[in-house]
Design a protein around this ligand. Structure first.
Ligand code: GLA
Length: 391
């Protein structure tokens, strides 16, 4: 069987037959075990890089052009280096799949002395909630800095990748995905403090559990606008609390005990959003504690609670995902399950005892098929290293 490097180079040559001296990088997707919608509220989150990747192959050309090709898309993209920073080019790129690597080239501020041919070969499903956009952006930046021999701290690279999402894709995402993708470590999750961007690696007993994702296949039109709306509601809640005397900089600076007072200050919607954020932050800290003590059942319960809160208070779930979590809760060997990622569709993440994984996937697939009349995509994940060069 061909190795992944052979496959990636062959794919590159299909698009760029004259290429030589290819450099190859692997950029993983991420899961978020717990800590949803708190990375833009100053919370601590618990994500991990996984064993599904976007492979980035890059070679130089003498044409003064940067080209992008992908195993996921038929159309390719190209931009002359001299036009990289023109508003017209940026406007055009906005509507294309290659807006992310393009944005990375622009924001890296590298002075390109030759053209580059990029190809992306993906084993990471797009649109399934595993952050393919952060993976391709972080990967492209990493490849650029590596090719041009420029040193950059992981945190600065992650912040640049986040900027690409904000300025080029129009989603004001938090920093979790980019930090998890660049800092991941095999067998570990990351405890990421989104206020000071400090990361602690927490070993996860992968001999005992697997994280299994089930994709609802629903891509809600509210995905981007809904995300930005929630962000604004949280900002409003924060300002209201500050005005009424809370000396806090982020919603996550409030403790769980503050919730009673907060209920009397905030209007209904803002209270519900704040309730989710503050309680979710509390759950992340409890989860980290339990998982390090190997209390898998207690840790798992927190995942179910996280889901209830995302659904009832943050209102980012959909009925199908609520049902999927419900099904998971009835299966033997499932420690916990919840909606993962931004919401309004996407997938669930379930923490499943190793012995029960097969039974879990079969049962969920049956129930899903019965309900939706189609098979769900199911992904078993292991925890892996962050973005790195492989050749
Ligand atoms: C998306 C964003 C992240 C984070 C999650 C919700 O994945 O990219 O920054 O806010 O949603 O936790």
């Amino acid at each position: 069987m061909d190795s992944i490097t052979d496959i990636v180079v062959a794919h590159h040559r299909e698009h760029f037959p004259k290429s030589s001296d290819c450099a190859i990088f692997a950029s993983p997707g991420r899961i978020n075990i717990i800590g949803e919608h708190i990375d833009y509220n100053g919370g601590t989150v618990f994500p991990a890089a996984i064993d599904k990747h976007i492979y980035i192959c890059v070679s130089r050309n003498n044409d003064g052009i940067i080209r992008f090709a992908s195993s996921n898309h038929k159309e390719t993209g190209e931009v002359a280096i001299k036009n990289l920073h023109t508003p017209y080019t940026q406007e055009h790129a906005l509507r294309m799949w290659w807006v992310y690597p393009f944005g990375a080239c622009v924001l890296s501020n590298i002075e390109f002395e030759s053209g580059l041919d990029f190809s992306f070969y993906s084993t990471l499903p797009v649109g399934a909630g595993m952050s393919s956009s952060a993976s391709i952006t972080v990967g492209t930046l990493y490849a650029l800095y590596s090719l041009y021999d420029k040193k950059i701290k992981n945190t600065d690279l992650a912040l640049q990748a986040q900027r690409v999402e904000w300025d080029f894709a129009g989603v004001r995402c938090g920093i979790m995905d980019q930090m998890a993708i660049i800092n991941g470590k095999k067998g570990h999750a990351l405890m990421l403090n989104t206020q000071n961007l400090e990361c602690r690696l927490i070993p996860v007993d992968t001999a005992a559990v697997r994280f299994v994702l089930v994709n609802s296949g629903v891509k809600h039109s509210l995905r981007e606008s809904g995300y930005n709306d929630r962000r604004r509601e949280c900002e409003r809640a924060l300002i209201m609390l500050q005005k009424s005397g809370f000396s806090i900089q982020h919603l996550c600076d409030c403790s769980i005990d503050d919730l009673t007072t907060i209920q009397n200050i905030l209007p209904h919607t803002e209270y519900r959003r704040a309730y989710h954020v503050i309680s979710e932050h509390h759950r992340v800290l409890q989860f980290a504690d339990e998982i390090q003590k190997y209390n898998l059942s207690k840790a798992g319960e927190l995942l179910f609670k996280s889901h209830q809160s995302l659904s009832a208070y943050y209102e980012v779930s959909i009925p199908l995902i609520d049902e999927m979590v419900e099904w998971a809760s009835e299966i033997d060997g499932v420690y916990g399950s919840r909606l993962m990622g931004g919401g309004f569709g996407g997938c669930t993440i379930s923490m499943v005892a190793l012995y029960a994984v097969e039974h879990f996937t079969k049962t969920i697939a049956q129930k899903f098929k019965k309900k939706e009349n189609r098979m769900p995509e199911i992904y078993e994940c292991t925890l892996e290293d962050g973005t790195h060069r492989i050749e």
